[in-house]
Ligand binder design. Structure first.
Ligand code: SAH
Ligand code: SF4
Length: 340
């Protein structure tokens, strides 16, 4: 799918055309312009040529059907040539008191330049930023298959704040009433700590959720695991988060992966508590998904002990269970481009 030059094509059309088209693509979920019967034939033909709606994706289902991974091929190569870049995105279905929640975990880049040691996407290196169409098509792919999408998390491949403009433009469409109408409060962005992005997000008039990948309680360990910490050290990241909270009064989630023997001791927990005991800070402990390197997930009792220490120290903490591990569809395991 490529609708990057849609506005250009509609330049000489009446204003209401854009609304009609948004509704057709993002609300009625058409996959072919011939289905947009309220558009003039000549426009439909032009759009078919210049703004293809086809999404080249394939599905890989998990055993329990709760997690579905899609592999989407991008249009880098001329038509007919196989072997272009691919990205991965994941649909996660949760049942809770209010019914089923369908969350799409979206990629923002092909690969990632941040090179975190524990992450399969980091290992594959950086290829390029995704366009707005390429971000949107990941959501449309699952929506067209009949899933009502309720939540979006930018936790797939890539660092969203290194592709800030396109991520925000895509969010604007996802959020729009005439399109998928997903509330800003249901959209989360996770960052490895790109300070300029945190500062810019604080200025947006949107109630998005911000998550920070922390994974270590001090600079020494964090720089070892996440080279980005050398550019954006912990103290500076937390300063930017405090600025964000001051401006927005929104809660901020800190993600902390528990990796066996690396960052999961009681001492790590106590030091983490010292920097996380603040209003509107929340820690989300995540079980590590083995991603091909030397790292292993912490044992269940180590996880419980770690959580217990944070709770005792007055930190707001939750535990996220492994999800989609069996089809390599969990965070940090997405590396679709690697084999192509
Ligand atoms: N680049 C952004 C968003 C994508 S990664 C970021 O780093 O925040 C989404 C989350 O998955 C991050 O918290 C990341 O640290 C985490 N992650 C990476 N590798 C993982 C793995 N193997 N197991 C579990 N989580 C992982
Ligand atoms: Fe990039 Fe996030 Fe993976 Fe780090 S954890 S390499 S920032 S995708």
């Amino acid at each position: 799918m490529n609708i990057e030059n849609l506005e250009d094509i509609l330049k000489n059309e009446p204003r209401y055309r854009l609304k009609q088209i948004k509704e057709a693509v993002f609300r009625d979920l058409i996959d072919d312009w011939s289905k947009a019967s309220n558009l003039p034939l000549a426009l439909r033909e032009k759009l078919s040529k210049e703004c293809p709606l086809e999404i080249k994706g394939e599905i890989l289902k998990s055993g329990d059907g709760q997690t579905v991974k899609a592999l989407i091929e991008l249009d880098d190569l001329p038509a007919g040539k196989a072997g272009g870049l691919k990205i991965e995105s994941v649909l996660m279905k949760h049942k809770d008191g209010e019914g089923t929640r369908n969350t799409v975990c979206v990629s923002s880049q092909v690969g990632c330049p941040m090179a975190c040691k524990f992450c399969a996407t980091g290992e594959m290196g950086f290829k390029r930023n995704l366009t707005v169409s390429e971000i949107l098509e990941q959501v449309l792919f699952f929506a067209r298959a009949g899933n009502k999408i309720s939540n979006i998390v930018f936790m797939g491949m890539g660092e969203p704040f290194l592709n800030y403009e396109n991520v925000m433009a895509a969010i604007c469409v996802l959020n729009g009433e005439d399109s998928l109408n997903i509330g800003a409060r249901k959209i989360s962005i996770s960052t490895s700590g790109v300070i300029e992005g945190i500062e810019k997000l604080a200025e947006e008039k949107l109630q998005l959720n911000l998550a920070i990948s922390l994974h270590a309680p001090d600079d020494e360990l964090r720089s070892e695991l996440m080279p980005v910490n050398k550019k954006y050290p912990l103290e500076k990241v937390l300063e930017a988060v405090d600025g964000y909270i001051k401006k927005t009064s929104r809660r901020v989630m800190f993600e902390y992966l528990l990796i066996k023997g690396v960052n999961d001791s009681p001492n790590h927990a106590r030091r983490l508590a010292r920097i996380m005991r603040k209003p509107l800070y929340m820690v989300n402990l995540i079980k590590y998904n083995p991603a091909g390197g030397d790292f292993q997930p912490s044992d269940a009792d180590t996880v419980e002990r770690f959580k217990g220490i944070l709770e005792k120290e007055g930190v707001a903490v939750t535990l996220r269970h492994r999800f989609g591990g069996e089809i390599k569809a969990a965070c940090g395991q997405l590396a679709g481009g690697k084999n192509f």
